[in-house]
Design a binder for this molecule. Sequence first.
Ligand SMILES: [Zn+2]
Length: 385
Amino acid sequence: MQERLALTLLVIIASGAGIVACGGGNGDGPAPLPDAGPLSCPTAAPTLGIAGEVTTESFPLTFDETGVAAVDVVVPEDLTSLALVADDGLEFTAFWRVAQDGRIWIDLETDPDGLRTPFFHTWNHSASVIFPIHETSALAPGCLRIEALSDGAGLGATLHVLARRRAEGGTLRVDLVQVGATELPGATLDALALELETVVDATGLPIAIEVATAAVDGDPFPRAEGDTALALRGSYRPADPNRVPIYVIQGFRDELDTLGIAGGIPGANGVPGAASAGVIVAVDAHLTEDGEVDVLLMAETTAHELGHQLGLFHTSEAEGLDHDPLGDTPECDADRDSDGDGTVSAEECEAQGGRNLMFWVSGDFSQRELSPWQRRVLALSPVVR
Ligand SMILES: [Zn+2]
């Protein structure tokens, strides 16, 4: 039973240091969002995207004396999903406020720790958000004001906007990227690619998946956090920027049991070189007693981390107290902890989401289920093209 982390480090700069794994939560949240005042864009504000297509546009982030960079854009009637990425090299960034006329979606001022459902947004490296992330977070047509922050100098900071103006579906393209001298005992990257395609097909996702393989130089045993992991995530730059990198390492030097870690919920998808672009999965945490790779388990880990990277939280967190923001996913509560060890296992929650791809921990059975809305969030991803 090993944990799958979404991201190891969300340092909460505004309120001192804090470390959390995946967000999620029905616990004591922050105060309700403040009322949004009227909001209108300048007439020069661009309308996002192209009808019938999925596009990526970039805007320079220019920070004012308060440290905020604002970009006004117009959401068209036919927008089906939107991803925002604030990239400032290896620096922490965040969205200070994302607002529409009459509605504030994200407000770091009243929610500095990212406790508010459904986005659980706070600082990350190349911080990202997607709309919708649950049933009622699709953007309304009209003006959208995006205000970003950077912990760095802000020189060359960029807002990437991925706008989808067509229905869900298409092809998710991923690359399994072997890092340095990483080896897969008893298996191959191609075998993992095939199994990953099988797992994704089994989830019932209305998308195709195309898996290719590649390699980069790098430390096969990076630490789970810090500059090496960040640099690794940005080290593979495919010609097609919408291919999601899955870095295959030997192990996390400081967390040898950790199966994999995503770049964020969501990560910086479609922005190669960003510090939260791509997920990392560890070979040695997937070895059987015979010392060979459990390819099936590793494929499920890879699909799970891709789920985070594209915007899915854990259906239930370790203690059974926190759950994802989706209304149609099964929840496993703390009273299922029949052995009293303080955590809810996949086996204890078998009928309450233990078989869901996004359960917090692996189990002794396969985990390939997704709810309709989990599938929808993934199939609307702007990197599914
Ligand atoms: Zn996870």
